[in-house]
Design a binder for this molecule. Structure first.
Ligand code: GLN
Length: 310
């Protein structure tokens, strides 16, 4: 951080004001939860590696992780099976396609990376296959370590992700067809729905990002959430693939490892320093929060946060 602020709250308030009138984008209706969400809901938060949390806006509003869960579950897969075994099932290339694309699967028969649905479902299948009865508890325990409290599922969202996920079912069947995953397709999809349905607030999302910034140790509880040796892989793939087919523009304008979810959350990691999180449910064509992207761009520019800032 080029400009360390003793109290960043006025700066965050300024971001909130600057982007409050930005009402472009659409809410994703297929996930039941969002029907009940105020489209104007807006929160900006940051957490430092020494455990300070600053948040402005709707800081108590909870939402589900959706694709924000993917880097964390990838980390759990690395911890559970090791890098070599994990990357027999998933690659490390950006797709240039949408998060739920199947094109690359058809071409190369292996998901390109764990930040898109096909790669994430491959990770769920590995975890489920290893411990069919314990995998959900294992995933929730992992999220609990990042949250610093027990992780909870939003039951209604869990159900709607499972029941409405025809595209994900198609992806899972293709993965089965190409022998990336085994026969228990329903078990893999159920675990994937669970990881998407973990409920968090924006300050908690910032703490999850700060845990990644802090070498995998939660800044407040001191609990390790992921092995140190796997952070580089997680952050690299967040940087190159975390924002799907706009990862290039994101790298160019923000310059930080990041991830978004269709619920409207965005997180970014400033390694060794802090985690950023923004929540606002209206999405752009890539499935990213419109305000989330703009806030992160303005924030990174103002504080010189890009990894390559001179
Ligand atoms: N549950 C959503 C899905 O699988 C998550 C996608 C996302 O957040 N981009 O389609």
């Amino acid at each position: 951080m080029k400009r360390a602020l003793a109290d960043p709250t006025p700066f965050l308030e300024g971001l909130l004001e600057a982007f409050r009138d930005l009402r472009e984008g659409e809410m994703r209706r297929e996930i039941g939860e969002l029907e009940h969400t105020d489209a104007d809901c807006f929160c900006i938060a940051m957490a430092t590696v020494d455990g300070q949390v600053h948040a402005v806006g709707d800081r108590r509003h909870a939402f589900t992780l959706q694709s924000l869960s993917k880097p964390f579950v990838y980390g759990l897969a690395l911890d559970s099976f090791g890098r070599e075994e994990v990357h027999r099932k998933v690659g490390v290339e950006p797709t240039g396609e949408a998060f739920n694309s199947i094109i690359e699967l058809e071409e190369d028969h292996l998901p390109y990376n764990p930040m898109i649905n096909s790669g994430a479902i491959a990770m769920s299948a590995m975890l489920h296959h290893a411990h069919p009865r314990k995998a959900t508890a294992q995933v929730l325990a992992m999220f609990g370590a990042y949250l610093g409290r027990p992780a909870r599922l939003h039951e209604a969202v869990d159900l709607s992700v499972r029941e409405g996920g025809h595209r994900n079912k198609a992806i899972a069947h293709l993965l089965r067809h190409f022998d990336v995953i085994g026969d228990d397709i329903d078990g893999a999809l159920q675990l994937y729905a669970h990881q998407c349905s973990v409920a968090v607030t924006t300050p908690e999302l910032a703490l999850m990002a700060a845990t990644l910034a802090n070498g995998g140790v939660h800044p407040r509880t001191g609990q390790r959430a992921v092995a140190r040796e796997h952070l580089r892989d997680i952050l690299t793939l967040m940087f190159t693939c975390g924002m799907y087919d706009s990862s290039g523009r994101w790298a160019y304008t923000v310059g930080l490892p990041a991830k978004s979810g269709v619920s409207g959350g965005v997180l970014a990691v400033v390694p060794g320093q802090m985690g950023l999180a923004v929540y606002s449910p209206r999405l752009d064509a890539h499935g990213h929060s419109v305000r989330g992207v703009e806030v992160c761009r303005a924030w990174a520019a103002a504080w010189g946060l890009s990894l390559f800032e001179g």
